[in-house]
Design a protein around this ligand. Structure first.
Ligand code: TXA
Ligand code: MG
Length: 352
C-alpha cells in the first residue's frame, strides 16, 4: 500500500494519474465517499477492482469524468433529462445512467448496455481526473473503496483499514489522500436510460431538487418497493453497507422500551462469563440525552439534521463497530425526502 498526500507531496497528483494510466488500482477521494479507481477504458485494469473488492463482476461500476464533455465518449446518447441533470448538478453527488457507447468500458458497466457517469465535486478528484485525461485516461471506474457489502469509507484511513492486508494474487492499492468526505453517503443515482427517470439510490440531492431540475416527476426504486425494471446493482441490494455488529432500526419509543427491558439483564449478567451479556451501542437523535451509559451500553448521538447525519453516518458506524459491540440499535430517521439517503443506508445495514 502506498499513500500519496497532495498537501505534503507536490507530485502526488501526477504519480496518482500515472498509476491510473498504467492500469493500477488507486483509491481516490470524492465529496461523497472514497472510490477504488482504475482506468475505465481498460477491462484488465477494471478486473483488478472486482478482485480487490470481492465484488461480483456483473455489478456495474460508476465511471468518473472530469467534465460533461468527457462523458460523451462513454454514452451512445445523452437523453435530454440526463443532460439537464448533469448541467445542473455536476460537478456534484449525482450519477446518471445513460445508454453505453458500443465497445466502450464493457467491464466497467458489468456487461450492461448502460453506463453510470459522474463528475465528482472534490478538488483533488478533479485535478486527478484532469491529469489522468492528459495521459489518455478517458474516465475512472470507481466503486466505493470498501470490501463487498461493507461500509463505504469516508476517510483515507478507512480505506487503509479495508485494503491494508492485500490478499494473495491481488493488486496493491495506492491511496490518494483528500481529507474527510464532505457528503458522507454515496451519490444519488438517476436512471435516465429508460424513457422515464427513476431514482435508483437516494443521496444528498433530494427528490424535490431533482424533480425541479428535471422538470418532471421521477420513479423510485426502494427495498420495500423495487422497480421491477431496475437493473441489478449492489448499492440496491437489500442487505448492504453492513457493519459486523447486527443493526436494528427502531422508533424512539421502541428503542426506549427495548432499553428498559435489557438494562436489568445487562446489570445481572457479566460481560466475560460463559454466556456473556451483549454489548449494545445506541445511535439515536433523542435518547442519548435522556439516558446515560452503563456497563454494556454505549450511547452515540445521531445528528438531528439530515445533511450532518449523512456526513457522520458511515464514520460513526465504523467507530461503533470497532468498539466490538454485538448490537447497534438505531433510532429510525424521521419521514421526509431530506432523510431518504440516510434512511436507505440504515435500512440496508439493518437487513444484513
Ligand atoms: O458516490 C458514489 O457514487 C461513489 C463514489 C466513489 O463516486 N461510488 C459508488 O460506487 O458508490 P458503488 O459501485 O459502490 O455503487 C455504484 C452503484 C451500484 O449500486 C451499481 O450497481 C450502480 O451504481 N450502477 C452503476 N452503473 C450502473 C448501471 N449501468 N445501471 C444500473 N446501476 C448502475
Ligand atoms: Mg458501494
Amino acid at each position: 500500500m502506498r499513500l500519496l498526500d497532495p498537501t505534503t507531496q507536490p507530485d502526488a497528483i501526477d504519480l496518482a494519474a500515472q498509476r491510473l494510466a498504467d492500469g493500477g488500482l488507486l483509491a481516490l477521494p470524492t465529496e461523497t465517499v472514497y472510490g477504488l479507481g482504475a482506468r475505465a477504458d481498460d477491462d484488465a485494469a477494471v478486473a483488478r477492482i472486482f478482485a480487490a473488492k470481492g465484488r461480483p463482476s456483473n455489478h456495474p461500476l460508476i465511471v468518473h469524468v472530469p467534465n460533461v464533455e468527457a462523458s460523451y465518449q462513454f454514452a451512445s446518447a445523452i437523453p435530454p433529462v440526463a443532460r439537464q441533470l448533469m448541467e445542473r448538478f455536476w460537478p456534484g453527488p449525482l450519477t446518471v445512467i445513460v445508454p453505453r457507447a458500443e465497445g466502450m468500458a464493457a467491464a466497467s458497466a458489468g456487461g450492461q448496455d448502460t453506463i453510470g457517469l459522474r463528475c465528482p465535486d472534490h478538488p483533488v478528484a478533479l485535478q486527478l481526473l484532469q491529469a489522468a485525461a492528459r495521459l489518455g485516461v478517458a474516465g475512472v471506474a470507481a466503486p466505493s473503496a470498501n470490501r463487498f457489502g461493507r461500509i463505504s469509507p469516508t476517510r483515507a484511513e478507512h480505506v487503509v483499514e479495508e485494503f491494508n492486508e492485500q490478499g494473495e494474487g491481488l493488486d496493491e492499492v495506492w491511496v490518494l489522500q483528500g481529507g474527510p468526505c464532505e457528503v458522507g453517503i454515496e451519490s444519488t443515482i438517476v436512471d435516465c436510460s429508460r424513457g422515464h427517470p427513476v431514482i435508483l439510490r437516494p443521496g444528498r440531492l433530494t427528490r424535490v431538487e431533482l424533480e425541479a431540475a428535471a422538470g418532471m416527476p421521477m420513479g423510485r426504486s426502494t427495498p420495500e418497493a423495487p422497480d421491477p425494471n431496475a437493473p441489478r446493482a449492489s448499492g440496491t441490494l437489500d442487505a448492504h453497507y453492513a457493519p459486523r455488529a447486527k443493526v436494528r432500526l427502531m422508533s424512539d419509543e421502541h428503542l426506549d422500551m427495548a432499553l428498559n427491558m435489557v438494562e436489568p439483564e445487562l446489570a445481572a449478567r457479566p460481560f466475560d462469563g460463559p454466556k456473556p451479556a451483549p454489548r449494545i451501542a445506541v445511535y439515536s437523535r433523542s435518547l442519548w440525552a435522556r439516558r446515560s451509559a452503563r456497563p454494556g451500553l454505549v450511547f452515540r448521538p445521531m445528528p438531528a439534521e439530515p445533511v450532518q447525519a449523512a456526513h457522520d453516518l458511515f464514520a460513526d458506524l465504523r467507530e461503533l463497530d470497532a468498539l466490538g459491540v454485538d448490537l447497534i440499535w438505531v433510532e429510525a430517521p424521521p419521514e421526509g425526502s431530506a432523510w431518504d439517503g440516510v434512511r436507505d443506508r440504515l435500512t440496508r445495514a439493518a437487513a444484513a
